[in-house]
Design a protein around this ligand. Structure first.
Ligand SMILES: *Cc1c(COP(=O)(O)O)cnc(C)c1O
Length: 374
């Protein structure tokens, strides 16, 4: 055990990410480009490490949420094309140009600002146009009565000086749901996306990279891969329901720091929510909500210790929480506790907390060292 592994740590398997990359590649048509989503520190896995591995695997593109995340990758020597999914204020177009970053443009007015800023700097900014086909978040309006204006704005963006419109994309809101209503909604989004593209092409525009498939679409709507897929969740080993044979890339591990016996009727932790109903061998785990354990899962989850599951008892504290080790005599001070990973499933912990697995990955805090294993 090295110094980083004494308390709580997150093991990240870059080999599993590479495996997942290969499984996704095998599931999409040959020649389809691959954009790996590494926003939010690669869903907590470490953006630089994951980006470098994906680059080595041959990923065509990476995407992050904001300029600072892109600059972190460039500073660390990542040279593959990078798409910024969110907005960047036009004041920073110099940084976009210097670092050869591709900017998402989500409306005509912003396209004009980017065009002006790039012209003032004497450069050409590479952009991808984003369409709002039903997520109702970022993107050119183009639904229903907005269709004609949407197409017109896309074409006029295409014709603005100092912008190189390389791609066009949209984002699905329910592609990961299997019910008929969600599938129909995703198909409608896809149809609108391709209708806008075709109509804009008739108006003189052209797009080298058309993309819309997030993880949900890669799994549930393989006919929507177009020129490039854009998965995040799948890359980290989740969301395929076993169909692609993915492997979770992160394992969050802590240790038992103390074990004590309590008589029946002993209150445990803040709030006195938990009261022992028997003589209890209680372990203190060196991880709490400041490490990323969800407070909301208190009393509703179990962690893996010495090949058994230990129920978590009482409120989860900032830096610790308690587990019942009465039925696990092999557990001792220093025993490792898998909070989620191979045996304790991230999805189970997330549903205990009433949240989504994405949030728990992003919640693994700065205090938790990432240990890269092969
Ligand atoms: C986060 C994000 C993705 C990846 O979503 P997953 O569900 O993790 O595959 C794809 N596209 C956009 C625009 C995103 O913001």
């Amino acid at each position: 055990m090295n110094d980083l592994q004494k308390r709580t740590w997150a093991e990240v398997s870059l080999a599993n990410i590479e495996h997942n990359y290969g499984r996704i590649k095998a599931a999409i048509p040959e020649g389809t480009k691959f954009l790996g989503i590494v926003k939010a520190d690669a869903y907590g896995h470490g953006a630089v490490q994951v980006a470098k591995r994906l680059e080595k695997c041959g990923a065509d593109y990476l995407a992050i949420a904001c300029l600072d995340e892109a600059l972190e990758l460039r500073r660390n020597g990542v040279t593959v094309p990078i798409l910024i999914l969110g907005h960047t204020p036009p004041d920073y177009v110099n940084l976009l140009l210097e670092n050869e970053l591709t900017q998402t443009v989500s409306c005509e007015a912003k396209a004009q600002e980017f065009s002006d800023a790039a012209a003032a700097l004497g450069g050409t900014l590479k952009i991808h146009i984003k369409l709002d086909t039903g997520m109702s978040r970022l993107g050119y309006l183009c639904r229903e009565s907005y269709f004609e204006d949407g197409v017109k704005n896309v074409v006029s963006t295409f014709n603005l000086p100092n912008l190189d419109v390389e791609g066009i994309y949209t984002h699905f809101s329910v592609s990961d749901f299997k019910d008929a209503d969600s599938a129909a909604y995703t198909k409608e989004q896809f149809k609108l996306f391709t209708d806008v593209i075709h109509t804009a092409e008739d108006g003189g525009a052209s797009f080298k990279i058309r993309h819309c498939a997030n993880s949900g679409a890669v799994v549930n709507h393989p006919e929507m891969t177009l020129d490039m897929v854009r998965p995040g969740f799948l890359l980290y080993g989740y969301g395929d329901e076993g169909r692609l044979g993915l492997r979770p890339a992160m394992r969050m591990v802590s240790t038992v720091s103390t074990i004590k016996y309590y008589e029946p009727n002993t209150c445990v932790s803040y709030g006195r929510n938990y009261v022992t109903d028997k003589r209890t061998r209680m372990g203190v785990v060196a991880a709490g909500y400041a490490d990323g354990l969800p407070w909301a899962a208190a009393g509703k989850c179990a962690f893996s210790v010495e090949n058994s599951f230990a129920p978590q008892c009482g409120n989860i504290c900032m830096d610790m929480c308690m587990i019942d080790l009465s039925d696990i005599p092999e557990a001792a001070v220093g025993s490792r506790v898998e909070l989620f990973g191979e045996t304790a499933k991230l999805e189970t912990l997330a549903s205990a907390a009433g949240t989504i697995p994405y949030e728990l990955l992003c919640a693994v805090s700065k205090r938790v060292p990432r240990v890269y294993i092969e």
